[in-house]
Ligand binder design. Structure first.
Ligand code: SF4
Length: 527
């Protein structure tokens, strides 16, 4: 049986995947029986190349995806298991990955995951010990033979046996502001450098942005990684939910929602329109040169077959007209490339000229923090050498001299709302603290959940990655955002001195000086 890896390796092939959303309760629950019926149809359909099964989608507790995945796997279908960081820490994720490997599941879609919104007895405590980039990096290490020795210990245990995961990751450019779009592109590059083998884009309904995603990847040395297009089969109700922003990171514009409501009021509730609308998106992805389409919002095999059958009736060039119709960006939306007036798609030869974002978050605090960091932590500098000497000779080197620790704690709480995690990411996030100001403690770029620049979780305001991008852009260094090895926070450093940890080479910055080799090809960046 041909694997998904082999299919993706065959250039020119356009693949079809379908999402199966897991359900709450056991396999005998009515909803699970319905899901199993759908799964059976997907397994039997020769046009469906793989089935993708969600992991507590939407931040809700659900049946583990492997329960539904096993019958499909044993029937010879390629199964992609979603693995997210919201409910599991790095040890549990590794454990889950060993289980998947042992059971024969070789395809994983690695994601940060939605913020938990429900749970038995109240809302669950989110985990977010690592993020999607660090998870991709960990899976790649497992593929290379994970080194079980604690990096601080110098142990002598042999590397573990290799796994053979095909690692997928998700990206999105369906964002409003420059400070959302550009960090997403930077994070995509970080995922590919970390070891992602294929990419699926987020749900979105603008052909220009879809074309820009592919053009950006090709122009920035990321084009060798297969890109799959997300096709969500809308309905009037779900369009309204998306429009109201109730699903993080998914946008249905006012115009598209009005169209969906109009068709939803028709005698067939818009079924014909929505299936054709999905088929047109499949055609657009095929025409643009994506490597496949990923169908979501489908709940029975008849809908999947219908979408694919409609798409088959289109002529080879019809997608160009569909691309002009599928133009649902928002007023003031940021684009990297200019529009091609003839096609309605992006023109990869020209940068878009966008109006200046007036709400930039740049102030003196950034410049002062940057100066202070350079003065204190430049390797080999006077302060760094003195700090290492003082902390190394202190009674407790993890805390450093008592007075220094008091100054560190007081100043960092006042300036950055520091939570004393001991493994400081301020220099990678333009001096913004991910522990106190990011709901998901994202250390390797923004999650996909922002809406118009704001965090998906109430009370967190504008995303720290948007603010970091704007700070870096103010001094022309925005290309440095995420241009480093993945940050994996050492939770063992909590309540210790981050200054001492940097000076004595105990934090992630020291580990980054000895990065693992990159797997994905990196080519020079185009404009
Ligand atoms: S040490 Fe940790 S908690 Fe404190 S500012 Fe740095 S990242 Fe934030």
């Amino acid at each position: 049986m041909e694997t998904l890896r082999e299919k993706l390796a065959a250039p020119g092939r356009f693949l079809i995947g379908s999402e199966l959303v897991s359900t709450r309760g056991g396999m005998a629950e009515g909803s699970a029986i319905k899901a199993r019926d759908f799964l059976r149809g997907l397994v039997e359909s020769p046009r469906v190349d793989w089935v993708s099964i969600t992991d507590n989608a939407g931040g809700n507790p659900q049946l583990a995806p492997t329960a539904l995945g096993k019958p499909a796997l044993y029937a010879g279908k390629e199964v992609v298991i979603h693995l997210t960081c919201k409910d599991l820490n790095r040890n549990a994720l590794e454990s889950e990955a060993w289980l998947l490997h042992s059971e024969g599941f070789n395809n994983i879609l690695a994601m940060t995951g939605d913020y938990p919104i429900t749970g038995n007895g109240g809302t669950a405590k989110p985990v977010f010990d690592i993020d999607s980039v660090a998870l991709v990096a960990m899976l790649r290490q497992m593929n290379e033979g994970l080194d079980p020795n604690d990096p601080r210990g110098g142990g002598k245990r042999a590397r573990l046996g290799k796994t053979s995961f095909l690692i997928g990751a998700v990206t999105t450019n369906f964002k409003l502001r420059e400070g959302e779009v550009m960090p997403q592109y930077a994070k995509l590059a970080a995922k590919i450098r970390a070891g992602a083998n294929f990419i699926i884009n987020q749900i979105g309904f603008d052909a220009r942005k879809k074309s820009e995603q592919l053009a950006y990847m090709r122009a920035h040395g990321l084009g060798d990684t297969p890109l799959i297009g997300n096709v969500y089969v809308l309905g009037a109700r779900v369009a309204q939910v998306f429009h109201e922003g109730r699903i993080p990171g998914v946008v249905v514009s006012r115009e598209l929602n009005a169209l969906c409501q109009k068709h939803g009021a028709s005698p067939d509730k818009g079924k014909g329109f929505f299936l054709e609308f999905a088929a047109k998106q499949v055609a657009i992805y095929r025409g643009l040169g994506y490597r496949g389409a990923y169908l979501g919002g489908v709940h029975d095999i008849a809908a999947v077959e219908k979408v694919l059958a409609i798409e088959k009736t289109f002529a080879a060039d019809d997608w160009k007209q569909f691309a002009r119709e599928l133009s649902f960006s928002r007023e003031g939306e940021f684009f990297f490339y200019a529009a091609d007036a003839a096609t309605g798609l992006c023109d990869p030869t020209k940068r878009a000229v966008m109006p200046e974002d007036k709400s930039r978050h740049v102030g003196a605090a950034y410049q002062i923090s940057k100066w202070a960091h350079g003065a204190m932590f430049t390797p080999g500098g006077t302060v760094a050498r003195l700090g290492a000497k003082l902390c190394g000779g202190a009674k407790d080197p993890a805390q450093g001299p008592r007075l220094m620790r008091l100054v560190e704690h007081a100043s960092k709480v006042a300036l950055f709302a520091c939570q004393d995690c001991g493994d400081c990411s301020l220099p990678e996030i333009a001096y913004l603290c991910p522990e106190s100001q990011c709901a998901k403690n994202q250390r390797n770029g923004p999650c996909g959940g922002t809406r118009d620049g704001r965090c998906e979780v109430d009370g967190f305001g504008d995303c720290i990655w948007l603010r970091a991008y704007e700070r870096l852009k103010s001094d022309g260094t925005e290309r440095q955002l995420l241009a480093h090895t993945p940050v994996v926070q050492d939770q063992g450093l909590r309540r210790t001195s981050s200054w001492a940890n940097t000076w004595l080479g105990r934090d992630h910055l020291a580990r980054a000086n000895n990065p693992p080799p990159a797997v994905a090809p990196t080519k020079p960046a185009a404009p």
